[in-house]
Write a protein that binds this ligand. Sequence first.
Ligand code: ARG
Length: 585
Amino acid sequence: MTSINKKLSYYFSQALVKAFGSDFTEIDPLVSPASNPKFGDYQANIALSLAKKLEKKPREIAQKIIDNLFLEDLGETPTIAGPGFINIKIKTEYLEKEIKQQQNSANLGVEKAEIVQKIIVDFSSPNIAKEMHVGHLRSTIIGDSLSRILEFRGHQVLRLNHVGDWGTQFGMLIAYLEEVYPDALTTADALEIGDLVTFYKQAKKRFDEDNQFKEIARNKVVKLQAGEPQTNHAWQLLCEQSRREFQVIYDILDIKILERGESFYNLLLEDIVKQLEQQELLKEDAGAQCVFLDGFTNKSGDPLPLIVQKSDGGYNYATTDLAALKYRINQDQAQRIIYVTDAGQSNHFAQVFQVAKKANIITKNVEIIHVPFGLVKGEDGKKLKTRSGTTIKLRDLLDEAVIYARKDLETRLKAEDRQESEEFIKNVAQVVGISAVKYADLSQNRTSDYIFSYDKMLALQGNTAPYMLYAYARIKSISREGKINFENLEQDAQIFLKEETEIELAKYLLQLSEIIQEVEKTLLPNRLCDYLYELSKKFNRFYENCPVLKSEEPLRTSRLLLCDVTARTLKLGLSLLGIPVLERM
Ligand code: ARG
């Protein structure tokens, strides 16, 4: 289905050419949903921006466009408002036809992308032997949702977990592992070092206190880099242990992602530095190999270099990202690469991208985007902690959300005097708790910091997951009561839009495709949340004003169809946020 916006843009483009000649073929007519529904449903703002070029008054231009505009069966005659906005009201018959088509379509009329791209989404990316923290949680939730949206549009998405699995710290960890768990290296599955973070701390302590140990650790780094089997095996064991811990979180959150850590690019690092050298981009600074960039200075105004090889010859985070970029563009053939990390890494990515451009690693037709996000804060505005004041573990944070969700549910069941099975309660609490965490994150504009509050995210009112899930379940219960089998409905069952609130609902439902395409461009999932929230409010207004089950036919079926499209739109929208629905809750 072609969206109304697209159709209108097409009609306007034609009118522009007819009115002003073929020079105007490429001009975007600036069509968007009306900012004020009083004037119409859509507006085109093109007349204002052409005033200078045409040396005419915008209203005059607007009139000329309208004179040449042919809207077929889509809209009423447009009107001009204010300095020269063109307003269009969509014909009700047209809405009826379109919404019926949307109801018939399996993917609710959302078009597939015209040009299918190969897209890499680099997200989650925690570090081996370290805690997966709330920053990684945000990256995981946002990256997964963006991937789902891009996949739904038909793109080929490669979800990559760029885990931090390489670096000098592994020398220390391996040396410590061999010292305290020598068995682990020879016996399969003997490794039970439990909390790797504690292990990391102990190893670090040992490293800081004992010079002899330090020396062994350094030696291990050399052996690891040389690919010595036993050292490599120890490194594998550590990675495996971390992987298991990360997987617990991914299972809870239903995340699919392919691990391709920093170590994957090891053999390519030397070549990257060589390439930069050949391209005469390198400069030595205090023994390190650096690239100096335009526009990057430190606090005192001195140029800030990007270090690609340290003075001890080692490579770093940036070198790996350059190698990864090259691999992703040349080997994976990615056309769009999206990095989801906290805003604190904005500088890093800006520098890496600039160097990659200078070195022609990024070619013209590849789009590279850093998708930054803000911090997660506690309700006191400070760093997030548990109620007892200790630093928060991701696993505990998610478990706690489920516990709170269960409490809320039990209170509600009691108030409603309902008896439900343990299985039902467990499932609802799990879905609501985890969805609440996801939705709270996604419904914020990701660039701002957000306050983590169980009370807010679990509230039944407002822009929250429980509210959305509840709206869905309620509509489904109407359908159940209506006893209509939507799958078996005769194709010719029609939709009639009589009341203002049902017209409003239909119009809004028809915007789904545009919203999804907007998120595909802006990579802001909160727009989708806003849309779903507004949709459920519009549905409520419709339901308050229009009897559904008590209406006479054919209105009854028509309204049940509207309920069906709304429920399916909510379900689809939520699934793109990584949130499953509940038929009953
Ligand atoms: N491991 C990094 C961290 O925890 C994130 C990696 C992001 N991806 C990348 N290609 N640099 O901060």
